[in-house]
Every structure is written in C-alpha cells, then in structure tokens.
Design a protein around this ligand. Structure first.
Ligand code: GLU
Length: 267
C-alpha cells in the first residue's frame, strides 16, 4: 500500500479555531476541548511530534469576564485575550497532564518571526521543546500586538509556525468539513473538494473576494495558509474540528476533509 503524506508525516502542526473551542457566548466547550486533547495526546503517544496553534483567547476571556459581546476596541480585546489565554492554558495543562503530557506556551508576533535573530531563537526553542516531548501551544501574543506587528489570524500564524518547525503537515480544524464548490450553507448542490493540487484562480475565487462563494467562514485565510505552507512544501488539510477523531482517519490515510498538496519541499 502506498503511504500518503499524512500517514508518513512525523511532525505536524494542528490549528484549532475559536468556534471549535467555545460555545457562542465564549464559555469553553468542555466536551469539544476534552475530545481534542484526548486525540492529540494519543497521536503524541503514537510518536507524532505535534505543535498546537490554538485560538480562543479573546472568546474565552470574554466568557470568563461575562462580557455580553465580543469587544471591538483594542484595549478590551487585548485585556480579554490576557484573561482568556491564561484560562485556556490552565485548561490545556490540566487536560494534557491527565495523559502525562507536558505543555508549553509560545506567544508570537509578526516582528519576532520577521527578524532573523529573534526568529532563530524561536526555532531553537521549538526544537528543544519537541526534543523534550513537550507540546508547544502557540497563539498570537494578542495582548501586545498592535497594527504594525500583528499577524492577525491564526490560520496564517499556523502556516508560519509550520514553516518555522519544518513540519511535514499542517492541519486546520475548522467549523466546516473542508473547501466546497459553493457555500454549503446556501447551496444544497455544493460539493466538498477532496484534493486541491494547485491554488489557481478558481480555488481563490471559491475562497473569497467579491461575489465569491465562501466570503465568510474564514476560507480566505485558510487558502492563504495553504499557499504559505505549500510554497514550503508542506501539505495541508482542512478538517471539521467538531470531530477530532477525523485526525485518526487522516493519519490512517483515509480521504477526509480537503487536502491541499504542498509543492516541492524547499531546503
Ligand atoms: N489570537 C486570537 C485569539 O486567540 C484568534 C485569532 C484567530 O482566530 O484567527 O482569540
């Protein structure tokens, strides 16, 4: 049997979005987080090297403080992230330790990953954590990010991280099964696209822009992540995060979600 790239992938970056981690008001979706942690802990036990890029800081902070809606002003967003990041890490630490895994927190901003010297420090830290078998949990450092240094979304951040750690694969856990030919919420004939060989005009038009099928739902940033990863030769998959068990299927070589083929690996 021919092994596919996900079966062979040793080092994998998994990104999980806010909607997978929280309920509408920002309180933690305990069942969702527990299932995710259990699956990731098991994949680590099965010798995969994982890095988790987790969103959810602002939403969880909002839930913890009891804000009635997601804040718009920057100080409130940054303060909510400061509360939520703490709460998220507490939860991850607690749940992963039940399966004997150590976690670590890595918070990044654009200026860090664009400065050669600082970037190298980050790479060295990731390498040491992975060598120690510790799970790095990454987020943007929302509390100190401002316009000039913001990465802005965790799809892009996860692709940057995948490049930094020279991952074999990147998996985005989303609130949708993958990339569709049209918005499945509006068009009953929408078909899931199982494999994207190349990100061409057609794929870009499905992702967003004016008059596009999936202008909302974060497909634009996911395709952008696939471009960054693909240029570095990293395969990417989008899976529905409401069922983390799909990660087992993916790594067993089953066709799940949408697979974006990476280009030739640049050394
Ligand atoms: N860093 C943001 C947070 O933790 C999430 C950004 C995103 O979802 O793309 O709330």
């Amino acid at each position: 049997m021919n092994e596919n790239c996900f079966q062979k992938a040793k080092r994998v970056v998994v990104k999980v979005g806010t909607t997978t981690l929280t309920h509408a008001g920002g309180s933690v979706n305990i069942r969702g987080v527990e299932r995710l942690v259990k699956t990731l802990a098991d994949l680590k036990n099965a010798s995969r090297e994982l890095v988790l890029v987790s969103s959810g800081a602002i939403a969880v902070g909002m839930g913890a403080i009891g804000l009635p809606q997601r804040p718009y002003d920057i100080p409130s967003k940054q303060a909510a992230a400061a509360v939520g990041q703490c709460e998220l890490m507490y939860l991850y630490d607690k749940l992963f330790s039940e399966y004997n895994h150590n976690v670590s927190q890595v918070l990044l901003t654009r200026d860090v990953v664009e400065d050669e010297h600082r970037k190298q420090n980050v790479i060295n830290t990731f390498e040491r954590l992975l060598e120690w078998g510790v799970l790095p949990i990454v987020n943007e450092n929302d509390t100190v990010s401002y316009e000039e240094i913001v990465i802005g979304d965790n799809d892009t951040l996860s692709a940057i991280v995948a490049k930094l750690v020279r991952a074999d694969a990147l998996v985005l856990l989303s609130d949708i099964d993958g990339l569709y030919t049209a918005d499945p919420r509006e068009d009953p004939n929408a078909q899931l696209i199982p494999v994207v060989e190349e990100i061409d005009e057609r794929i870009l038009s499905l992702a967003g822009g004016s008059g596009s099928a999936l202008g909302t739902g974060g497909m634009v940033t996911k395709i952008h992540a696939a471009q960054i990863a693909g240029e570095a030769g990293i395969d990417m998959a989008i899976l529905n995060g409401s069922n983390p068990g799909l990660l087992y299927d993916l790594f067993d070589g089953k066709a799940v979600g949408t697979h974006f083929k990476g280009g030739k690996k640049h050394v």
